[in-house]
Design a protein around this ligand. Structure first.
Ligand code: WT7
Length: 652
């Protein structure tokens, strides 16, 4: 069976980039990297043009990442103003709410978007927000989230969007770290027929974080929610009363655009800082090429605005290009599992971008929910967030794409800002499950554990050589951690934390995280972060968390928990710990398996041996490798025995 899906010739014929163009441009982009990005940067409107393209060095002792540094610009002008007046009456956003009633859908034109952005910027200015200040945004997927992000950057303020599924505690931690003065939230969000108590969570977070002086509240549901006069203001009233023009603030290319928190292998979530010029160049130009968007086409990225996927390819990419995009507040399985397909039909979506985990769960529902809808508008399909398994890939290709749509499997990270590996759809033939080839200007390198570069067919740690404009510049308040995590492991290279394999055709397959990060449904969870949440439960003495293969989520969370003396193992306590962690972090932090462990296997220095724990979690009871370092081998025997007993119980 051939595992290569060639580029359809009619697709290539009208694509922005075909195979010949890819080869030529890729070579040029390496030979004259600055020249390539200088040309790409012409896609933006600069206030003061830059004179130097890059000033970069991946040296852990003297890390430098600067792009277009002496240029100045304003992001909201590039994303909104310049599409006017031409597109004033054309839709920027086609919004579909969680429900299906009439009030649950609305379209926002570029003219309306500009009006709201200017007014909200004036509101924020009135609240004292100025260039460089951080505004935290805790909103569902509603048009106001786009307005809020754009209003911030109009003032040169920095947005920090927090996923609306995160708990009050997680929100409070992110507000504190960023030192935000203003929070923008909504009364309630709606997801899958359920209410998300955003204002309630926001109040709890702000009570713990007095740096917040004002809370702007969008009326989404109209529910009556607590309101603190003097501190809180209603979005609709404030915007209606504000001046309709706000002069854009000129910022430097290297001034921060946004902060986005993500989990790492150690410590608490880190706030990655992205800057303005380089990020916008990489986001805007790559979006157009990798999705092969043409004027008039409708784009839909299903990601929540709280993740980098949405920042780059749902908000900035489409806005910079003046594209119409669909925004959907709800979930794919409510009211039934044909919801997404009905939205594609209704809005005539041409380009659809989603995550493998969702595809796997929809695949389980069979083809009937898909067949009820006309998906003939689709032209390009995208995948992101985790390696897509070939089975899901084939289903996506044949059942959703009708066999005619190329699939762009985009590999990148919060840290990289925009895409690094991708089969550009008119240029690179698909191989299921492979993120394929480097984007322009990107140099992938596979190294072994010792840092030796591996050529040809090889598997190892995925690194990249040389900078690219979209990459994060630092971790807020912790530049040292930034250097140590990404640049110290293999000097001269950026290390992703992923494993990768290059095949005989030079195609790359990402094999998953090689650090202590778990990728659950395309979302990153740090094992240490989960362990701290578990261990803060009063009954818990110690815990260790590892990922394990999970049919739907890609990876699931497996927790080994040691209880304090004299505390009994019980089903009730197990549930309590699961709820406890969800309340600390959010519903995405669901422990799939909790196994009681009277003790955890450690080496003589007291370090938990996760390698062994991960094997047991994956039901691999042999091949523990070298166990001579285990201080007490009987502990391993006990852990294996308990796991086997659970499996027996489950299968009987
Ligand atoms: C991690 C980054 C990229 C935005 C969404 C997630 C994994 C992401 C792919 C892909 C294989 C992928 C990696 C990466 N990942 N896309 N196409 N194929 N793995 O952003 O939360 O920063 O997570 O997601 O493990 O390191 P993120």
């Amino acid at each position: 069976m051939s595992d290569i899906y060639p580029v359809p010739p009619d697709f290539a014929a009208r694509a922005h980039v075909d195979a010949a163009a890819y080869d030529r441009l890729y070579r040029q982009s390496l030979d004259d990297n600055d020249g390539f990005w200088r040309e790409q940067a012409a896609a933006l409107d600069w206030i003061r043009p830059f004179t130097q393209v890059s000033d970069t060095k991946f040296d852990p002792a003297d890390l430098r990442i600067r792009w277009f540094a002496d240029g100045t610009l304003n992001a909201s002008v590039n994303c909104v103003d310049r599409h006017l007046p031409a597109k004033a009456d054309k839709p920027a956003i086609l919004w579909q709410g969680d429900g299906e009633g009439e009030s649950e859908s609305r379209s926002v034109t570029w003219g309306e978007l500009a009006d709201k952005v200017n007014r909200l910027a004036n509101v924020l200015k009135g609240l004292g927000v100025a260039k460089g200040d951080v505004v935290t945004i805790y909103l569902p997927v509603i048009p106001e989230v786009m307005v809020a992000m754009m209003a911030c950057v109009r003032l040169g303020a920095v947005h920090s969007v927090v996923f609306s599924g995160f708990s009050a505690e997680a929100l409070a931690n992110r507000i504190e770290d960023a030192g935000a003065k203003v929070l923008i939230t909504a009364d309630e969000g709606h997801r899958g027929g359920r209410v998300v108590p955003l204002k309630h969570n926001a109040d709890a977070a702000v009570a713990a974080q007095p740096s917040i002086r004002h809370v702007v509240v969008v009326r989404r549901s109209g529910a009556s929610v607590p309101f603190t006069p003097g501190r809180d203001l209603w979005y609709d009233e404030a915007v209606a009363a504000a001046e309709p023009w706000c002069p854009p603030v000129e910022v430097g290319a290297e001034d921060p655009l946004f902060i986005l928190y993500t989990s790492g292998s150690t410590g608490k979530p880190k706030g990655l800082v992205h800057t303005t010029g380089g990020y916008l160049v990489h986001a805007g130009t790559s979006w157009r090429v990798i999705f092969d968007w043409h004027e008039g086409e409708v784009f839909w990225c299903t990601a929540d605005v709280g993740w980098v996927t949405a920042h780059t390819y749902k908000i900035y990419g489409p806005l910079l290009n003046g594209a119409t995009s669909v925004m959907f507040e709800g979930v794919p399985t409510w009211p039934d599992s044909s919801r997404w397909w009905s939205i594609i039909e209704r809005y005539r979506v041409n380009i659809f971008y989603t995550a493998p985990t969702a595809l796997r769960s929809l695949m389980r529902e069979g083809e009937a929910p898909v067949q009820r809808h006309d998906l003939s508008s689709l032209r390009v399909l995208g995948s992101v967030g985790e390696p897509i398994n070939p089975e899901a890939w084939r289903w996506y290709h044949s059942v959703i794409g009708g066999g005619r749509c190329p699939i762009v499997d985009t590999y990148w990270q919060t840290e990289t800002g925009a895409v690094l590996l991708v089969p550009i759809p008119g240029a690179v033939a698909n191989k299921p499950g492979m993120a394929a080839k480097p984007y322009f200007g990107i140099r992938p390198v596979v190294v072994d554990a010792a840092g030796t570069r591996l050529d040809g067919v090889a598997e190892g740690n995925m690194c990249f050589e040389g900078s690219w404009p979209g990459q994060a510049r630092t971790i807020l308040h912790d530049h040292e951690r930034f250097v140590l995590t990404y640049f110290a492991p293999y000097p001269g290279l950026f290390f992703t934390g992923d494993g990768g394999r290059r095949d005989e055709d030079g195609y790359f397959r990402i094999t998953g995280r090689v650090d202590d990060v778990i990728n659950v449904s395309g979302h990153r969870l740090g094992t240490v972060e989960l362990e701290s949440a578990i261990s803060s439960h009063p009954a818990v003495a110690e815990s260790a968390v590892v990922g394990f293969p999970h049919d739907l989520k890609g990876q699931g969370v497996f927790a080994y928990v040691t209880l304090k003396e004299n505390i009994d193992e019980s089903e009730a306590l197990r549930r309590e710990i699961v709820d406890w962690v969800r309340a600390r972090i959010g519903a995405i932090a669901s422990l799939d398996v909790v196994q009681w462990a009277p003790s955890l296997p450690k080496n003589r220095a007291g370090k938990i041996l996760r390698r062994i724990l991960a094997k047991v979690a994956a039901n691999d009871f042999e091949n523990f490798g070298d166990t001579s370092t285990v201080a007490d081998p009987a502990i391993v025997g006990d852990i294996v025995l308990r796991r086997k007993q659970t499996l027996e119980r489950e299968s009987s």
